[in-house]
Design a protein around this ligand. Structure first.
Ligand SMILES: Nc1ncnc2c1ncn2[C@@H]1O[C@H](COP(=O)(O)OP(=O)(O)OP(=O)(O)O)[C@@H](O)[C@H]1O
Length: 255
């Protein structure tokens, strides 16, 4: 795989009054530009910790992360981060939230904001406030805000976890549209096996205590994917068996 994003021998131990918690160990992953990788694993296996390390939000680690050969040692706009909750400013409108620290008086910013509003299908809601939006709409504003900064990679930490099942599938379609249109590299944390198989080109399965990569599955299904197709169900089963330790080595591409 390409060396666009390179996670090399990453390890993490949290130290507190209660002692040491070994959260990640020997995590290695190479990601190609334009890939869509889902990270899946049981609660507490270190998915969010790994994403924060890639974001540069946690640099007290073993190993290193490189983005296009540059060491990740601080947060940067080149790495957009989408949280489970949208974190919009309640006192700003949709377009002001997307622009955030950039001025809408700048014609270029305004034009780009308008394009993104079309991309995330929020035409007509430019002047609405977050309290007037649904959860899915708010997450689309958060995604547009990240995309305005032209990130090289978008890091998504269970972004649809708080949404109802219907909105969630709708948002998965919307995210794939954005991915195809913008060709942004996506690293997407989820608990949901269906979501991972529906979205990703590769699925990284993490095992807990400490978090290590148990297997990497290539998802060779064409888009748009049919959740009811036998090949989709087969992959779903393989992810489930990998999570449950009930798989044959040759079924996974372990790294
Ligand atoms: N700042 C911190 N200080 C101490 N321990 C932490 C800290 N952040 C996370 N941990 C611990 O690290 C482990 C991994 O947490 P993390 O949030 O990365 O897991 P996760 O796989 O994303 O879990 P979930 O799926 O439930 O969100 C947990 O045991 C958690 O308690």
């Amino acid at each position: 795989m390409g060396d666009f994003l390179s996670i090399q021998e990453v390890g993490k131990t949290f130290v507190s009054n209660e002692g040491h918690t070994r959260v990640l160990e020997h995590v290695n992953l190479e990601m190609a530009k334009g890939e869509f990788i889902s990270i899946i694993g049981p609660s507490g296996c270190g998915k969010s910790t790994l994403l924060k390390i890639v974001a540069g939000l946690d640099t007290d680690i073993e190993g290193r992360v490189l983005l296009e050969g540059q060491l990740v040692d601080r947060p940067s706009k080149t790495r957009g981060f989408i949280f489970q909750e949208h974190r919009l400013f309640p006192w700003l409108t949709v377009e002001e939230n997307i622009a955030a620290d950039l001025s809408l008086a700048d014609a270029q910013v305004k034009q780009k904001v308008n394009e993104l509003i079309r991309l995330v299908k929020l035409e007509g809601f430019q002047r609405s406030y977050p309290k007037e939006l649904s959860g899915g709409m708010s997450q689309r504003v958060a995604i547009a805000r990240s995309l305005l900064r032209n990130p090289k990679v978008l890091l998504l930490d269970e972004p649809f976890g708080a949404l109802d099942a219907f909105t969630r599938t709708h948002m998965q379609d919307a995210l794939l549209d954005i991915w195809r249109h913008n060709e942004t590299t996506m690293l997407f944390v989820t608990h949901d096996i269906d979501e991972a198989v529906f979205l990703a080109t590769r699925i990284v399965v993490l095992e807990p205590r400490p978090g290590r990569i148990k297997g990497v599955l290539h998802v060779d299904l064409p888009y748009p994917r049919d959740r009811l197709s036998p090949s989709f169900q087969e992959l779903r089963q393989l992810v489930l068996r990998t999570l449950n330790n009930d798989y044959k080595e040759e079924e996974c591409w372990s790294i």
